[in-house]
Design a protein around this ligand. Structure first.
Ligand code: ZN
Ligand code: ZN
Length: 124
């Protein structure tokens, strides 16, 4: 897919390495909950599975439409396609700001930044 499509909305799944939402994650409606469940016998990764349309990135608190081009990217959405609920504001910019300010590298990244934990409290 051309990068000129969906400028500013098409993003890479960060942090790298897909993790499904935790049991604490709650969604707006049943249709959304079902769309975000990922069960596939043939694929271990939702980005590899053509049946997976939507993704929830719990670390960044953002929802997206999966771009099936072989890489882990998606197009951010602001509302639920089924019930119209406004989805939370993505914490992507804040995540990058904090990771950069704390001078983390891929190797030294604190575990809190690999889950939703960093959003709940100030972690060092
Ligand atoms: Zn909904
Ligand atoms: Zn599949």
């Amino acid at each position: 897919m051309s990068s000129s499509l969906f400028p500013g909305r098409r993003v890479l799944a960060m942090p790298l390495g897909w993790k499904p939402p935790s049991a604490e994650a709650a969604f707006c409606c049943e249709a959304m909950t079902r769309a975000l469940e990922f069960h596939c016998d043939q694929h271990a990764d939702p980005f590899e599975c053509a049946d997976q349309l939507l993704i929830y990135n719990e670390v960044l608190d953002e929802f997206g439409i999966v771009v099936h081009d072989g890489g882990p990217s998606y197009v951010l959405i602001t509302h639920c396609p089924w019930c119209g609920t406004r989805l939370p504001e993505s914490q992507r910019d804040r995540w990058f700001d904090e990771v950069e300010a704390k001078e983390y590298t891929d190797e030294t990244l604190a575990p809190a930044y690999l889950s939703a934990e960093w959003r709940r409290k100030d972690v060092s």
